[in-house]
Each structure stands twice: as structure tokens, then as C-alpha cells.
Design a protein around this ligand. Structure first.
Ligand code: ATP
Length: 472
């Protein structure tokens, strides 16, 4: 539960510190309508994590002795035993960074700070030059993320999720396309002017600083006009770590460290929170707890949130909008319900949830009345769409049944999984909850059953449509 009054306190603090900043060195917002740099606080939303990431990359490049190392090499080096972690606040930022964050000329503004950013990505392209040629990591992506909503980027490994997140953060320069924050063309905006907070899988905390010092770090560097101690205390309460401010990161559990990272990312009131596998290194129970807390916190402070995750349950539970990536492109974007109930492509159907895949000409498909188009090789459907009768019936739900034999039964704990083998040797999986198995669907191996699948639940596809191998 969110501590009473914390979110309000944090919001009020945002309101009272609303400022206008001069545009940063790279804030070339081309739209003349844009009021972003003048109207909004670039200041209080300047988040340390993006800068630290940039800093890590520079340091890692130096460690590699190669100023032109790829971003991936940088990150790998940075991740290696925290070697590239900065040793102290003054060592973390270049003069240029700090100059970019100075508050000279900033006027206090009493106007209410808007909540989350409205993020629009248009025609985004990011190609990397590799030894094998041009690698299309992101290849023409449009996404709209409404203010204060949570968007999850989901997809196979290497599909371009993190690259898109880094493009939005300003940590990668696009090969093509535009990024808009509200009505501002933010494509060329400097990282420190993006009002972005970030949390990564690796904890990204300064080990030599206490928890409170970690949270206050960005506020101090920027000399933000808020009570730093109070803000750190408020954030610690928000992430339910009150009393642990004097500890060092090594004295915390993995889950606690991630909560500190979240508090630190929120300290400067970002209008956009970017999370890259924030709970990836944690066990399932802790992940679930943190997930619930994260949802409540980001909702309460109203920050627009983009999260990259491999965990489908996490994506569907957290997000208002789930974006499914494949090979640098978006296969589908929609609410969790839309994605689950109406997958737009065979890839999404196969990627999200369990599916059975059978030849288009098999008995089950033919008897169902489904008419595959010519040239299509297979048909998919969800195991949960199978209806069956243990007694012989000619039709079930108005459809002609297909007889099958229970070939295998697997006890999965809370569910039972059965393999059904039709008389043309085609096998499908059928699963029921333990409660259903105990009551109506207790099946024995060798038993005959009679199955139907509604044609409306079937999707035909070509094998090539399911590919997720990256394209070079
Ligand atoms: N700097 C780079 N140079 C060359 N290729 C890169 C670079 N950065 C990313 N890539 C490649 O771009 C593709 C997309 O990478 P990205 O990290 O965005 O994938 P992802 O969907 O986040 O994967 P994962 O879920 O495994 O983190 C990958 O194949 C990756 O190897």
C-alpha cells in the first residue's frame, strides 16, 4: 500500500518547484509551437540515471581503450562487476554535463506542473553498422504513449525493445524518425533535457553512498530548490524503505536495492520513467511484490512509464498498453485484453500465451468448418479454446466433433496438461485447472474423447510468418 499522503507530498513538491529552464545545448526543438523548454521544468526533471548511463558508457569506452566502442560493449563493460561505476559525485559528471545542468537564468514558475509526458514515436529507425553489414535494430516504428499511462515493450530477445527505450532516453541517436514529447520535437534534445528517469536491471546505485545519499545525489548536483532530506525521506516512505536511509546498498536485498533505484529515478520528478527489465535479476516472489508497488507508485505520481520486460505476466499486469516487438518492428500494440483476445498476427498469437499448431488439412480443422486459404500451411488455436465431451456426441456447440485419445497427462501443480491424439496422428495440448480436473475433466491416458474448436478461434499462418530471427 502507498503510504497515505506520500504521493500527494511528492506531487506538491513537484508543483512548488516548477521552473522554466533555458534549453539545453542540443535542445533544438524544431517546432515553433513547442513550449516545452520554456514552459516545463527541464530542471527538476533532469534525472541522474540517464547521465550516469552516458557517463558509464564513456568510462567503459575508456576502459576498453576504444573511444568508438559500441553501446553494447560499453554496457557490457559497465555491467562487469560495477567496474565502470563512478567513484563519487564529482567524478561522475563531466564539466560539460554539469554546465548543462546549471540553473542560471531559471525563473521560478508557479504554474502547475503537468503530469506525465505524452510520448509519440514516428517512423523511428535505428540501424547499426556491424561486420556483417547494416543491422536493423529498429526499422520503422510508430508508438503513441498517452500521458501518465504505462506502456510495456514485449518481444523476443534482440527484437529492438531496449534500443527503442534508449532512443527515447536520448542515449542513442536515431538513424531516422522523430520523437515528440507533448508538442515538442524531442528527437535531438540532450539527455539531460528530456525529463526522464531510468531504472535498469543492474542496480545502478553508488555503493559508497548511503541509500539517502543515493536518492539525493541528483538533487544535489542540480542544486534543486527543494528540501533534499525531506524529499529523500518522502521517497523512502513511498518505496516502503523508511528507516533504511543510512544503510549502504550492499546492506540491502536485491529487491530493496531496486526500490532505492526507483526512488532515485523519481527524485527529480521526471515526467517519463524508463524501466529496462527492472526486476530481471530478482526471484519470482519479489518480482511480483515489486510489480504491485511499482504500479501503485507510478500511478500515484502520474509519471508516464515505459517498461521493457521479458515477463509476459508482468507486461499484462502492469501496462495500459502492450507493444509487441519482432525484428525491429511492431507486430501489435493494444491493451492487454486486445492483445490476448484479438492477436493481430500469427507471430503475436504464437508469442503470447499457449498455442497449438496443426496442419491446415488435418481432421480437426476440416471438421470444424474452418476454411484455410490456399498456400497456408498451418492453423493455430489456444488450448483453452478446445471444448470436449467424454461421452460420444455427434456435435458439440453446434459443431461436428473429432474423436481423439488421451495420449499423455502431466501434473503441472495448479493445472493438468493433457496431450490429445486425433485419429490422423495430429496431437494437441489441452489444459485445465486442477479444480476442473478434479470435477469435470479428469481424463485418463488411453481414454477416448470428442473435441471441437470453434473456427473463430483458429488462425492460419505460414511458417515464415512466425520467424523472430533478427534481420541483417
Ligand atoms: N551498438 C550496437 N551495435 C550493433 N548491434 C546492436 C547494438 N545495440 C544493439 N544491437 C543489436 O540490435 C538488436 C536489438 O537489440 P536490443 O537490445 O534492442 O534488443 P532487445 O529486444 O532489447 O533484446 P533483449 O530482450 O535480449 O534485451 C540486437 O540484435 C542487438 O544485438
Amino acid at each position: 500500500m502507498l503510504p497515505a499522503g506520500r504521493a500527494q507530498a511528492l506531487r506538491s513538491s513537484r508543483d512548488s518547484t516548477a521552473c522554466a529552464a533555458k534549453p539545453g545545448p542540443r535542445s533544438v526543438g524544431s517546432s515553433s509551437r513547442s513550449s516545452f523548454p520554456r514552459r516545463r521544468v527541464a530542471v527538476q526533471a533532469l534525472d541522474t540515471s540517464a547521465l550516469e548511463e552516458q557517463q558509464q558508457q564513456q568510462q567503459a569506452a575508456q576502459l576498453n581503450g576504444n573511444g568508438s566502442s559500441t553501446a553494447h560493449q560499453h554496457m557490457a563493460a559497465a555491467a562487469a562487476a560495477g567496474v565502470s561505476r563512478p567513484s563519487g559525485p564529482t567524478a561522475t559528471l563531466t564539466d560539460e554535463d554539469v554546465n548543462g545542468m546549471q540553473l542560471d537564468g531559471i525563473q521560478l514558475e508557479q504554474q502547475q506542473q503537468p503530469t506525465g509526458l505524452y510520448v509519440r514515436v514516428r517512423g523511428m529507425v535505428k540501424h547499426f553498422n556491424t561486420a556483417k553489414g547494416v543491422f536493423k535494430a529498429v526499422d520503422g516504428v510508430d508508438v503513441d504513449i498517452p500521458p501518465s499511462s504505462i506502456c510495456a515493450l514485449l518481444g523476443p530477445s534482440g527484437s529492438g525493445k531496449t534500443t527503442l527505450l534508449r532512443l527515447v532516453a536520448g542515449l542513442e541517436l536515431p538513424t531516422g524518425g522523430k520523437i515528440y514529447f507533448d508538442d515538442l520535437d524531442a528527437t535531438d534534445l540532450a539527455v539531460q533535457d528530456r525529463q526522464v528517469g531510468m531504472v535498469f536491471q543492474s542496480y545502478a546505485l553508488f555503493n559508497h553512498m548511503t541509500v539517502s545519499e543515493n536518492i539525493k545525489f541528483g538533487l544535489q548536483v542540480r542544486k534543486l530548490p527543494v528540501d533534499h532530506d525531506k524529499r529523500a525521506a518522502d521517497l523512502l516512505e513511498l518505496v516502503q524503505l523508511t528507516g533504511l536511509g543510512d544503510r549502504y546498498p550492499r546492506q540491502l536485498s536485491g529487491g530493496q536495492r531496486q526500490r532505492v533505484a526507483l526512488a532515485r529515478a523519481l527524485a527529480s520528478n521526471p515526467r517519463l520513467l524508463l524501466l529496462d527489465e527492472p526486476f530481471g535479476a530478482l526471484d519470482a516472489v519479489v518480482r511480483k511484490q515489486l510489480r504491485a508497488g511499482l504500479k501503485e507508485i507510478v500511478r500515484s505520481v502520474g509519471v508516464t512509464t515505459i517498461i521493457v520486460t521479458h515477463d509476459q505476466e508482468e507486461a499484462f499486469d502492469l501496462a495500459d498498453q502492450v507493444v509487441i516487438f519482432n525484428r525491429g518492428l511492431i507486430e501489435q500494440s493494444g491493451s492487454p485484453n486486445e492483445i490476448i483476445k484479438r492477436p493481430a498476427t500469427p507471430f503475436v498469437m504464437g508469442f503470447v500465451g499457449d498455442t497449438n499448431s496443426v496442419p491446415a488439412g488435418c481432421m480437426l480443422v476440416r471438421r470444424s468448418g474452418f476454411n484455410p486459404r490456399l498456400g497456408k500451411a498451418r492453423v493455430m488455436f489456444r488450448p483453452s479454446d478446445i471444448r470436449l465431451s467424454k461421452e460420444y456426441v455427434a456435435t458439440l456447440d453446434g459443431q461436428q466433433v473429432t474423436p481423439a485419445t488421451v495420449n499423455e497427462a502431466a501434473n503441472m501443480g495448479w493445472t493438468m496438461k493433457y496431450t490429445l491424439k486425433f485419429d490422423d496422428d495430429v496431437e494437441v495440448e489441452f489444459s485445465v485447472t486442477r479444480a476442473q480436473a478434479d470435477k469435470e475433466f479428469k481424463l485418463d491416458v488411453g481414454q477416448r474423447i470428442y473435441a471441437v474448436v470453434p473456427p473463430s478461434a483458429m488462425m492460419e499462418f505460414d511458417e515464415t510468418e512466425l520467424g523472430s530471427a533478427p534481420i541483417i
